[in-house]
Design a protein around this ligand. Sequence first.
Ligand code: NAD
Length: 484
Amino acid sequence: MVSRVIPVDPFDLVVFGGTGDLARRKILPALFRRFCAGQMEQGARIVGAARTEMDDAAYRFFVREAIGEFDAAHARDQENLAAFLNIVHYVTLDARGNTGWKALAGLISPNRVKAFYFSVGPSLFGDLAERLYEFGMADGQARIVVEKPFGRDLSSAKALNATLSKHFDESQIYRIDHYLGKETVQNLMAVRFGNMLFEPLWNSQYVDHIQITVAETVGVAGREEYYDRSGAMRDMLQNHLMQLLCLIAMEPPAKFEPDAVRDEKLKVIRALDPVEGHDIVRGQYGADEDKPSYLEHVGDPYSTTESFVAIKARISNWRWAGTPFYLRTGKRLKARTSEIAVVFKDAPHSIFGAEAGRHRNILTIVLQPNEGIELGVTIKEPGPGGMRLIDVPLDMSFAEALGPDAEHVPDAYERLIMDVIRGNQTLFMRCDEVEAAWAWTDPVIASWEKRGDRPLVYDSGSSGPVEALALMHRDGRRWREIRK
Ligand code: NAD
């Protein structure tokens, strides 16, 4: 199987914050891989823009180093790397002042797609939008890409939307959530809407519950300041987990088109019930033998920010009334894994008797580490000795199904950046979606702030606080093992 690459028309892509961590680790290597795949036509141009003083040659060296560090395999392709570096430029620029803006405007071609990636802190988004307008770059061919966090509550998200919309139409604003660019997440839509098999069962009549887990093994080191102002609810649940929930729960859109898909996601968010106090568990990781605790990391013994949150969410609509969605995410957990499990109900009657045990189908969508989809089905255990039932996975992991092509599954940033150039907003969040997500999140946060709850301490390397296990146990259910 050979993946088809459709080249995009020549474009200018400016990475504001082009010397930052995200640019180095994700954006620049992703662009290089798309270049190697033959997706960039002659004339495409990439411009790094940041405060650090340097010229093109120094930035090219920086880009070469970044690609070498974060994609050693592709970096070995010296011929492509040299050609790629030729299309890379740099402008020293201050988002808050006028330095560098004329030079940038001089570099950008007027009559083609120009994408401006805001890979800087959110406090600079407004300044960048304003200056792009002032210096004549906010024309109809311009697109801006905005990184998370998109606000820290409803009012700040609204203010940010208002700032950006002063100079850019909603169709020009790409709010990125890299989870949506993951191949498996798109596959989730293919599985749901491309097969007859699942959709008839995709409702509260057949689905017992849904679990979404995003577990990390790392702590907050390196991001202490940002994280302590944010916490797991704002940093992960309000955006990434919420987006996954939407894709699982939404009605089939009439077309796979940006507004059709986003309209359906929005309806899901608006149908979410408020979350009650007893349906929320927050935690903070404790110290390990050689690793500091959350409180030690952030250097504040009184911090009440959570590094773990689990929630039981309910969607009040015809499809999902009665089927809970359990969401959890946290740091310093047992393994780094992200998965969605759709747990179907038991068969209404077992013809095999009690000794056959309890079996149910589970559709698992694994986002990391090994992207793939697995369907657990019940079969007879082979051999004599009666009808003993076992659950086996029908494995649809990409590595198995696609063979060597699986190695070329583009990473989320590759897919999403090319979507920006193509002008396809399907996998980006619309302003009303973001605002609706905050409108649901704000009262949840306000409720624990009002109660003055402290997060519960959990062991590093565990599955989170035991109270999070109880969140499901009391409903007669259990979390799936956080597995590597
Ligand atoms: P960073 O601090 O490593 O880099 C910031 C960049 O902005 C640098 O290039 C710096 O020179 C530039 N900059 C700062 N002030 C400037 C100014 N006044 N004018 C021009 N340039 C200026 O940050 P980062 O980790 O790369 O994150 C960038 C954005 O992406 C943030 O909004 C962050 O929340 C978001 N984000 C980062 C990650 C990640 O993995 N690093 C993941 C998701 C989202």
